[in-house]
Every structure is written in C-alpha cells, then in structure tokens.
Design a binder for this molecule. Structure first.
Ligand code: HEC
Length: 133
C-alpha cells in the first residue's frame, strides 16, 4: 500500500517536470528551425561537444572543458572552480527547463569556447545530444 502511494507520488511529481523540461528544449529547437536549422543530430552534437578550438590565449577549449566528456558526472568551471551539476538529462531533470536559461548559457558558452556565437543548427544539435544523454 505504502509502496503504491509512494510510486504514485513519484509519477505525479516527476512526469510533469520531465515533460516540461523536454518542451523547453523542443520549443527552442522549433525556433531554430525557423532560423534556418534542418533536422537535428545527436551524433553531430556529440562530436561538436568534444571539438577542441584554440583560443586567443593559446589554450584549447571545448564544451567538455567545464562540463567534462562524461555528462553524467559533475563538471567544474575551469576558471571559478565551481562545481557544475551533471548535464545529462537522464540524471539531472532540472536541466533544460527554461528557454531563457538555455539561450543565455548557449550564447555565453559558445562565445567563450569557440570565440563566436553558435548557429541555430549547432544549438539544435547540442540540445538533441544533451537530451539523449
Ligand atoms: C567556462 C566553463 C564552461 C564551458 C567551457 C561551457 N559551459 Fe555550459 N555552462 C557553464 C555554466 C557555469 C553553466 C550554468 C550553471 C549550470 O547550469 O549548472 C552552463 C550551462 C549550460 C547550459 C544550460 C543548461 C540548462 O540547464 O539550461 C547549456 C545548454 C550549456 N551550458 C551548454 C554548453 C555548450 C554547448 C558548451 C560548448 C560550446 C558549453 N556549455 C561550454 C559553464 C561552461
């Protein structure tokens, strides 16, 4: 009986959050489609995630620099040393819940990592990859 109540509660609280989180990322992907993006690929997103780009300061940067290559693990900000919670949607359902947050960080991180903003296609591929982890 208790187990049944507990699992009902878990379903009640988890499912809507999950659906909502997915929809924030999906909403952005639809927006990117109106900006010229084509079908999204998790595979492309994954290889771009690990792609190293030389910065003006002479160091090599990638999304993994702060988030690590294993998205189920916590990352660490390379400069502030602050812990960054896992990016994998499967282990961190707080991820990708707000379109504003996603956009803000994609803009900032693309600039820092690649020295330019990401295109609509690149952002859509990143989200496809991140949601699948
Ligand atoms: C210099 C460190 C750093 C690098 C490099 C970095 N990020 Fe981040 N990223 C952060 C921080 C800090 C946050 C905000 C804190 C958090 O969400 O835990 C964040 C948040 C995000 C978010 C928002 C997630 C959400 O919950 O909405 C996305 C998406 C993201 N990063 C993608 C990327 C991509 C793609 C790259 C590579 C182009 C990248 N990041 C490179 C530090 C970094």
């Amino acid at each position: 009986m208790l187990r049944k109540i507990a699992s009902t509660l878990i379903i009640f609280f988890l499912i809507p959050q999950w659906v909502y989180a997915e929809s924030a990322a999906k909403e952005l992907q639809s927006l990117y489609a109106t900006q010229g993006a084509d079908a999204y690929s998790a595979k492309t997103g994954g290889s771009k995630w690990k792609r190293e780009v030389a910065s003006k300061n002479g160091d090599n940067r990638s999304c993994s620099t702060c988030h690590t290559a294993d998205l189920r693990q916590s990352g660490k900000h390379i400069k502030t040393k602050k812990v960054i919670q896992p990016m994998a949607f499967s282990v961190n359902k707080d991820r990708y819940t707000k379109t504003k947050k996603i956009e803000k960080w994609l803009k900032r991180n693309c600039k820092w990592t690649w020295g330019r903003e990401c295109t609509a296609q690149e952002k859509g591929d990143f989200l496809e990859y991140l949601l699948a982890q």
